[in-house]
Design a protein around this ligand. Sequence first.
Ligand SMILES: Cc1ncc(COP(=O)(O)O)c(C=O)c1O
Length: 448
Amino acid sequence: MPSDARDHVFTLYPYHNAIVQSAQGCLVRDTEGREYVDLAAGQLSASLGHGHPRLLEAARRQAEKVVHVGSRFLAAATLDGCAAIAGICPRGLDKVVLCSTGSEANELAIRMARAATGKHELVGVRQGYYGATHATLSLSDYVGFIRGLGVRAAGVHRLACPDCRRCPLGLEERSCDAACVKRSAAELRADSTGDIAAFLVEPVLGSGGIIVPPARFFAAVRQLADGYGALLIADEAQTGLGRTGRWLGMEHFGVRPDICVLSKGLGAGFPVAAVVTSAEIEERCIAAPLANMSSHSFDPFAGAIAAEVIRIIRDDGLVERADAMGRHLRARLQELVAHHAMLANVRGLGLMVGLDALSPESGEPSSLFSLALEAECLLEGVILGYSALSGVLRLLPPLTIAPAEIDRAIDGLDRAAARVAKSGLDLLRHAPTHAGSMKMAATFLTKL
Ligand SMILES: Cc1ncc(COP(=O)(O)O)c(C=O)c1O
């Protein structure tokens, strides 16, 4: 690798020094021959593991037939993909748009809701993340964006974050009856014009810190949305496609959204996303009309990938496997938490698992300690997802992960946590992260 090869990459993220050569199953290899257990499934997306042979074969077959046809034609693989997606959604949600990324899909879902209701304002959730386009980012509540690093739009509101461990009302989850939604409803009455098009929710808050809302939360949000004549959009980017031990995260809560957004796991590493709604909402959008243009809506390649991903998940029992492996992962993490004071609060559903990285001084979740743990884990051959903005480690491995791979990763995290406990944040000075990128990360964190 020439020494200046990286010079032509714009520093958009704090990149690691390791350059990836290849990946197979749950293992990633770098150009130096080092091997890593991937507990992040790439960007929480490669849910079948890397290089799944059946998926590669389906991709090759479809690429040989037709990849892209443009927006005036439908292709056989597109129909196949849409039917497969409708087959995993709740009854009545069976009208599908195929697109490429979660941000694009949420953006379209928002425009659908505005077209179908004739209303404009939006409601998200504090600590929610919906994407990086203008509308989705302005609705997102990443810590950094609150402090002026992101975009803000008028007519955007947020419900209280349903984090029962830090209940703003000091209530017990068992008996709270989603009182936080009632409190948010009062705020909404005061702050909004009432012209609300949609409520956007993640069934489990992902980037906000793997927060599982209390059982009644979504029923209460549904009722609130209905009261405004607004639509409920479930953003299943992280929770969809078996990740939580059910096909869709909302199944845990027994609430049917009006629009369901799928991405990440739907393409299992390929850029595939979908917006799914009912025939009735489709009709309202056609009448409005809904203006939408995108070069890659309904690409047959995306359709073939989505259909094959769903078939593989079904054939290999990966929804049930996510539930079983998630239990194993959480049990192993509980053992670690018992003897590492800096790790706490193991939580999640299925293979969507989070835990806090605590600062030894404050005992509170710490962005810098999650960064240090991630860096040390890399030296141990373990790739962790983390949310540096909330001090949370996120573990969303491929649904195909084996118990032995989980155990290997836990051993690495154990050694990494011991080193961070001993040497603290000094370790960050020698982090296996590109110096220029580190500067960028430090600037970003100090602005928060
Ligand atoms: C819940 C959620 N929605 C939307 C997005 C945006 O998806 P993408 O990065 O594919 O645009 C993400 C990405 O992390 C996400 O976690």
